[in-house]
Ligand binder design. Structure first.
Ligand code: SF4
Length: 289
């Protein structure tokens, strides 16, 4: 029996992963280990700018918990040791980004719709702890639509106890614009109520993606209304530590969606800071890594 060097085994595992994928993240300025809880690509939103390719069906329909945890352990080990950067896909990572920043629950749908959300968060936190990587952040990238469900409430608590951060999506100020962009039957007020309730317990990060829709950027009134919604969350006792304002960076679902110019993103950041007092940061379109 020939012995395959550990290094090679890891490389093979990374390529064959089904649920865990390392990415160089422009937002995190480091390596983010993505965990995909929605391999079937099903989402309860249908955002016009979504970058998940739903024109093809995924081979993997269900989460295999054991395999997911093994992939997470391998990928964390590879990243922490630096071996990850021997891989051709990540070989060109600039030196300042060669750091493990976080484990991100995102993937091809809404992670909180996963039925055992609380259990999987706990199990991933345990892997992180076992590897001595307790300080590594766990980020939940979410549309906040399920925060009122009890297993999600528990999952958010576990996340918080394990150096977690919630990045909740909010990119409209009115029901009409919310429906235009996010295309879901879930009422806008439910999302606002969910974000408010979660933000009363711990500070949240808001992710706001603005874009041109058939050539039109969001109107001034829509952006003012967006700031009003943020102010209402604060007035209700919610804590918001950052608003990430970004735009389309990869091919969106709908061809009529195009990115804002950098100056337009900057202008929204300034408006948010001025109208709400919350810290805000710009993330630009396609030119960014
Ligand atoms: S919530 Fe996320 S995964 Fe779902 S449709 Fe919108 S962008 Fe895509």
């Amino acid at each position: 029996m020939s012995v395959v060097p550990l290094h090679t085994q890891h490389q093979r595992r990374f390529e064959e992963n089904r649920f865990v994928y390392p990415v160089l993240s422009r937002r995190s300025e480091g390596i983010s280990i993505g965990v995909n809880l929605n391999p079937d690509k099903v989402c309860n939103f249908d955002c016009i700018y979504c970058q998940v390719d739903r024109t093809t069906q995924s081979e993997t329909r269900f989460v295999g918990v054991e395999q997911l945890l093994a992939e997470l352990e391998d990928t964390l080990t590879l990243t922490a040791s630096g071996e990850l950067f021997d891989h051709e896909k990540l070989r060109n990572t600039p030196p300042q980004f060669r750091r493990l920043n976080d484990i991100a629950f995102s993937g091809d749908g809404e992670p909180t719709t996963y039925k055992n959300f609380d259990e999987i968060i706990a199990a991933c936190a345990e892997v992180k702890r076992r590897l001595g990587l307790g300080a590594v952040k766990m980020v939940l990238i979410t549309n906040a639509s399920m925060f009122h469900r009890s297993h999600v409430v528990r999952g958010l608590e576990i996340l918080e106890q394990n150096n977690g951060e919630i990045w909740a999506k909010l990119e409209a100020g009115t029901e009409a614009y919310f429906k235009l962009i996010d295309r879901t039957p879930i009422p806008f007020q439910q999302i606002l109520d969910n974000i408010t309730a979660a933000a009363k317990i711990r500070p949240l990060v808001i992710q706001a993606l603005f874009m041109r829709v058939s050539g039109q950027p969001p109107s001034r009134q829509e952006l003012e209304a967006f700031c009003d919604r943020l102010n209402e969350i604060l007035a209700a006792g919610g804590k918001l530590k950052l608003v990430q304002v970004y735009t389309v960076a990869r091919k969106p679902t709908e061809s009529y969606v195009t990115p804002l110019a950098d100056a337009e993103v900057d202008a929204i950041v300034e408006l948010v800071k001025r109208r709400t007092g919350i810290a805000a940061k710009a993330y630009y379109g396609a030119a960014q890594p």
